[in-house]
Design a protein around this ligand. Structure first.
Ligand SMILES: Nc1ncnc2c1ncn2[C@@H]1O[C@H](COP(=O)(O)OP(=O)(O)OP(=O)(O)O)[C@@H](O)[C@H]1O
Ligand SMILES: [Mg+2]
Length: 401
C-alpha cells in the first residue's frame, strides 16, 4: 500500500490548525500538527513529514526562524516549506525567500489554491526522493564495480606472476637437463676408467647413479611440460586432456622411480601387483602420472618405517574399466578428514600443505569419466580405489571438458 504524504501544520491559532487539518485530511493526506516553533522542529524530527505548512507570526520563535533551522539541518534542508502569512505579502515574501521557504499562501487560505500548491510541492518532493534513491543505488553499483575491478586486477596480477615464475622455471630447467646429461657422460668415463676387478661394486654403483640421472631427466622433462601448460593457461589457452593408449604399469613404475629415494629414506617399500596384466587404457598420461604421484606422495609421510605402499590393478568384472588401488599401511585418516576429501573443503594436516593434491586426483578421475573412493582405518591404513574406463570418457564428456 502506498503511504499517504504526511503534512505538518504549524500555527498558534487552534482554529486555523483545525481548518487546515480538516481540508487536507479530507484529501487523503496524513496530518500532524504543532502549535509553536519549538514544537514544530520536534515534530519535523519525530514525524519526518513530506511538507510543512508554517505560520509566520508565532510567539517565541517565528516561522522564518523555524524555516531557517529546517534548512540548516542536512536531514531536512530540502523539505518543502509553505509559509502562511496575513501580513504584507510582498514584504513577507522577501523575508521568506531569505529564510529558505519554497512557497507562500495568504491567510485565510483559499482552499483550491492551498491544495494546488500542496500537490505541486509534494510532486517535486517525490521526484527528488526518487533521484536520491537512484543516486544511492548508483553509488552502491559503483562500489560493487570498483570491488570487481580490484578483484580482476588481482587475478591479472596473479596470472602475470605465474607467467614470470613459469618463464624462470623453464629457463632453470634447461641447465638441470644439461647437468644431468653431463653427469651421464662423466659417469660413463668414470666407470670406464675403473681398474678391473672392482666390477660388481662399480657396476651396482653405476646402476644406482644411472637410475638417479634418469629420474632427474624424466622429471625435469615432466616439469617442462607442466610449465608449457602454465604458459598456455596464462596466454588464455585452455589445455584440454590428450587421450592416447596408455599403459598404467608404465605410468606407475615411472612414479615409483621418482619417489623411491624418498620412500627408502623413510624405510618404506613401494610395490606393484597385477599392473602388467592390465589392458592399455585411453588416458591422458600426464594427468595419470600426476594423480598417482599425489596418491603415493600423500601416503609416504603417513606410513611408519617398515611399512609399505602397494599399487594393485585388476580389470572390472564387465571388462569395461580397470580398477587401480593405492594401499598403504599408514596411520589412516580420521572421519572428518576423510569426509572432506575431494571437496573444496579438503583439510590439509601438513605444514605448508594446500589440499590441492587430492583435488588433482579427483580432477583426473572426472576428466577420464571414472570414479574414486577411499577406505581408511586409523592405525591400520588407507586405500584409494580408482576406476577408469578402458575406452576413455564418453565422447560428450570429452567435448564438454
Ligand atoms: N594415504 C593417506 N593417509 C593418511 N592421510 C592422508 C592420505 N592421503 C591424504 N591424506 C590426508 O588428506 C589430506 C589432504 O591431502 P591433499 O593431498 O589434498 O593435501 P596435502 O597433501 O595436505 O597438501 P599438498 O597436496 O599441497 O601437499 C592430507 O593432509 C592428509 O591429512
Ligand atoms: Mg598432497
Amino acid at each position: 500500500m502506498i503511504r499517504p504524504s504526511k503534512i505538518l501544520i504549524v500555527d498558534d491559532t487552534p482554529d486555523t490548525v483545525m481548518f487546515l487539518a480538516d481540508r487536507l485530511a479530507g484529501q487523503g493526506y496524513a496530518v500532524v500538527t504543532a502549535s509553536s516553533g519549538v514544537e514544530a522542529l520536534e515534530q519535523v524530527e519525530k514525524e519526518q513529514p513530506d511538507l510543512v505548512l508554517l505560520d509566520v507570526l508565532m510567539p517565541e520563535m517565528s516561522g522564518y526562524e523555524v524555516c531557517r533551522q529546517i534548512r540548516e539541518n542536512p536531514a531536512t534542508h530540502l523539505l518543502p516549506v509553505v509559509l502562511l502569512t496575513a501580513l504584507n505579502p510582498s514584504e513577507e515574501r522577501v523575508k521568506g525567500i531569505e529564510a529558505g521557504a519554497d512557497d507562500f499562501l495568504t491567510k485565510p487560505a483559499n482552499q483550491a489554491e492551498l491544495l494546488a500548491r500542496v500537490r505541486s510541492l509534494l510532486r517535486i518532493k517525490d521526484l527528488h526522493d526518487q533521484v536520491q534513491a537512484q543516486t544511492a543505488q548508483l553509488a552502491e553499483w559503483n562500489k560493487e564495480l570498483e570491488a570487481r575491478l580490484l578483484q580482476e586486477a588481482r587475478v591479472a596480477e596473479v596470472a602475470r606472476a605465474l607467467g614470470d615464475i613459469g618463464h624462470d622455471m623453464k629457463n632453470l630447467l634447461t641447465p638441470v637437463l644439461m647437468g644431468a646429461g653431463l653427469l651421464q657422460s662423466e659417469l660413463e668415463d668414470l666407470v670406464g676408467s675403473l681398474p678391473q676387478g672392482q666390477g660388481s661394486t662399480g657396476e651396482s654403483s653405476r646402476k644406482r647413479c644411472q637410475e638417479v640421472i634418469d629420474m632427474v631427466r624424466e622429471n625435469a622433462r615432466r616439469l617442462q611440460d607442466q610449465v608449457r601448460e602454465l604458459a598456455d593457461c596464462v596466454k588464455g589457452l585452455s589445455s584440454p586432456p590428450h587421450f592416447a593408449p596408455c599403459a598404467v604399469a608404465e605410468v606407475v613404475t615411472s612414479v615409483i622411480k621418482t619417489l623411491r629415494i624418498l620412500a627408502e629414506e623413510k624405510g618404506l617399500s613401494l610395490h606393484t601387483e597385477g599392473l602388467e596384466a592390465l589392458p592399455p587404457i585411453q588416458a591422458d598420461e600426464r594427468r595419470l602420472f600426476s594423480a598417482f604421484y599425489n596418491l603415493i606422495n600423500n601416503a609416504i609421510p603417513e606410513v611408519p618405517a617398515g611399512g609399505s605402499v602397494t599399487v594393485r590393478g585388476r580389470t572390472e568384472s564387465e571388462g569395461k574399466a580397470v580398477i587401480v588401488s593405492v594401499t598403504d599401511t599408514g596411520r589412516g585418516m580420521p572421519v572428518d578428514v576423510r569426509e572432506r576429501l575431494f571437496t573444496s573443503r579438503v583439510m590439509s594436516r601438513k605444514a605448508g600443505g594446500t589440499g590441492l593434491g587430492t583435488k588433482i586426483v579427483k580432477d583426473m578421475v572426472e576428466v577420464h569419466g571414472g570414479a574414486i573412493t577411499v577406505e581408511s582405518e586409523e592405525g591400520v591404513g588407507t586405500t584409494f580405489h580408482i576406476s577408469l574406463p578402458i575406452d576413455g570418457p564418453k565422447q560428450a564428456a570429452v567435448e564438454s571438458s
